[in-house]
Structures are given as C-alpha cells and as structure tokens.
Write a protein that binds this ligand. Structure first.
Ligand code: ADP
Length: 360
C-alpha cells in the first residue's frame, strides 16, 4: 500500500500548459476520485502518476519515494482503463495471468492468486472462456482481476465504467467499492460522472481547466461547495441559481437579495462580507425548495414535468432563468401552472457573482 503526494505538478505540451500546479496528498488506503468536465486534465494527471506521461514540473511521491522519473513498471501500480484491453485470443485465466507470466513467475506461485481473484470477482466459472463470450460487466471484472493479481500498492482507474450500460454501471460501482473495502488499497479513480464520484469516493477532487477547485468528502462538497463551479457541477438535477444585488429590506429589517426580476428574498444569514450593493448569486438545490401556500419567496411558471417514480422534477422559469424543483410527492401540478415556492434560509447558498467564491 502507498500514500501518494503531488506537489506543484504541472504539465505542458509544447507551449500549452494543461495542468497548472496540482497539490494533493492521498493517504495510504484512501479512495480518491478526480472528477471534472471533459478536457480538464484528469487523465493527464493520472497518466503522470502512472508514468505514461512525462511530468513537466513538480514532485510526485509514491510510498515515500520520488517517482517522477521511475519507469511505469517500477511504480508498483495497476491501471484499469475504459477499454478493458483484454487479449481476445486468450482465456479469462490467461488474461488474468498475463502479468505474472510476463514476469516469468512460476505458475504454482501465481495460480492461487488468480483463483482467489477470480473467486472474489465472481469469475471462477468463466476461467476457460474467451472474452467475446463474456458480458461487458464480466469483461470489466477480468480487467480488474488482472489489476488485482499484480498486488499493486496503488490502483489507478481511468473512466472504467464508461462503456457499460446504466444498470451495469451502478452494479460495478458497488463492486469496485466493495473490492476496495476488502483490499484496502490506495485508489485514484478518474471520472467525469459526478454520481460516480459522490457514491464511490472517500474524498473527491473537483478539477476544472487544469486546476483543483475543491477537495473534500462527498457530502462536504455537496453541502458547502466552495464556489459556483463546484456548486453547479455536483448534484443532479443541478443547483438553481439567481443573480441579484444585496439591498436593505423594504419590509422589516436586515438585508435581502433583490433578484433581477425585482423580487426580494430575505437573507436570514447574511454573510459578513456582503454589504448593500454587492452583486451576489443565490444558489438552492432542487430538493431543498418547498412548494408553499404561505407568502412565497419566488414563483415558478411550470413548463415541463418529469416524473422519475421516486420523485418528480418540475422545470420552469424564475425571472428568465430555468429552475428545477424536486418533490417527493406525486405531483398534481400541470404545465402552465404557477407554483409558489419557499426557499428555506438554511439551504440558501450565496456566492460572490464576480469571483464565484462562496459567501455563506
Ligand atoms: P480529461 O481527462 O479531463 O478529459 P485530458 O487530461 O485528457 O482531460 O486533457 C487535458 C487537456 O490537455 C485537454 O485540453 C487536451 O486537449 C490536452 N491534451 C491532452 N493530451 C495532449 C497532447 N498529447 N498534446 C496536446 N494537448 C493535449
């Protein structure tokens, strides 16, 4: 097992810098997920850790050893890719045994490891089959079996579930997490899928344009996103936003946020840095909005209704911006209706509109 430290890691391709000084400490045994939109530098960072991409600057430590210039095979890493990269003409057993054979280990030595990995991954009945006679999920498990028998100190997963259908993705998500709980190995897992990040990670690293936006436990990031980027990236349907200006309340005392449609939302928890005149963006998650019969904070003109079974998403406009409200009740609301909403103070997030940084 190994702890991993990245200090000031950057990457340039010619004149273009794509990773801009990443600092990240990963504990021994931790499951860390790098998540961010396509092109933000996740794979590049992962490939630098694996030794498949040269590090342009900064220090990479794996298990206390500087690894910047170590060859991939000296880093004691196993990697699982999106394409399973199985050998089509080799059986499941031989695919899993490929690494030990290349290293000329004796089969008495590696066979018990392969049998144990096959058992753990529910592949024992398929060891003689060729990859083409397996389902997508089984192929993915063979790829994991191959990674496991190497007994690496660090596992790297690069979008391993992207090629699977929705149901299998959910199943494999649980299997990978269970595997980690059993093996207690250090894992760096790359995905663009925020649900995968939320459900699997001990800690999530949210990346954007070659930089880290925020690092933290899944629910910490969900409950207190540090900026507008993280707030809008995590959560599905996404957090709702409305821009406004802080004003003195016209009714009662204290401050309010005057939205662009002229409506005022009273601010019960006023951030110290927000003074009248400040440009602020309010954020509230769809599931935290309440449909009310009392005096509302906002009104939604419902345009589209999406029942998912467990809950219903109501989409509509508030002051020209599309918002989503999630209700767990079976909705009797129809498109075209106007719905009165309460925005509970304890669930309101406020961000500085210009910098995007969290105020409260
Ligand atoms: P992600 O994994 O987050 O989708 P990547 O790490 O693949 O992102 O890419 C990060 C950025 O680096 C992208 O803008 C991509 O175009 C650029 N990039 C990746 N590989 C190369 C390369 N070999 N030469 C030049 N630019 C590259």
């Amino acid at each position: 097992m190994a702890a991993v430290q990245l200090s000031g890691i950057f990457k340039r391709y010619g004149d273009t810098q794509v990773v801009h000084g990443i600092d990240l400490d990963i504990d021994d045994g931790e499951f860390v997920v790098l998540v961010g939109p396509s092109g933000c530098g996740k794979s590049t960072l992962m490939r630098m850790v694996a030794g498949l991409e040269e590090i342009s600057g900064g220090d990479l430590m794996i298990g206390g050893t500087r690894a910047n210039t170590l060859a991939p095979q000296q880093r004691n890493i196993s990697m699982v890719f999106q394409s399973y990269a199985l050998y089509p003409h080799l059986s499941v057993y031989e695919n899993i045994a490929f690494g030990p054979r290349i290293r000329r280990e004796s089969s008495e030595k590696f066979k018990p490891r392969i049998d144990a990995a096959a058992k753990m991954l529910n592949l024992s009945d398929y060891l003689d089959r060729l990859p083409r006679a397996l389902s997508g999920g089984q192929r993915q498990r063979v790829a994991m079996g191959r990674a496991v028998v190497r007994e690496p100190s660090l596992f790297l997963f690069d979008e391993p579930l992207s090629n699977l259908d929705a149901k299998l993705r959910v199943q494999m998500r649980t299997e990978i997490k269970a595997l980690h709980q059993r093996l207690k190995n250090t894992v760096i897992y790359v995905t663009h899928d925020q649900i995968e990040a939320m459900t699997m990670a001990d800690r999530i690293v949210v990346m954007n344009a070659g930089r880290i936006e925020q690092i933290g436990r899944p629910l910490e990031l969900y409950d207190r996103p540090a900026n507008l980027f993280v707030a809008s990236f995590l959560g599905s349907p996404s957090m709702n936003f409305a821009e406004g200006v802080i004003v003195n309340r016209t009714q009662g005392t204290g401050l309010a946020l005057k939205l662009t449609d002229g409506r005022e939302v009273a601010l019960e928890r006023t951030p110290a840095s927000a003074v009248a005149g400040a440009n602020v963006t309010l954020g509230v998650r769809p599931e935290h909005i309440e449909i009310t019969t009392q005096i509302p904070d906002a009104a939604l003109d419902v345009e589209v209704i999406e029942p998912t079974g467990a809950e219903t998403h109501l989409y509509g406009k508030i002051g020209g911006t599309t918002w989503c409200v999630t209700t767990r009740e079976r909705s009797k609301i129809d498109p075209g209706q106007r719905v009165a909403l309460r925005l509970p103070a304890e669930h309101i997030h406020l961000f500085d509109t210009e910098s995007g940084r969290r105020l409260v």
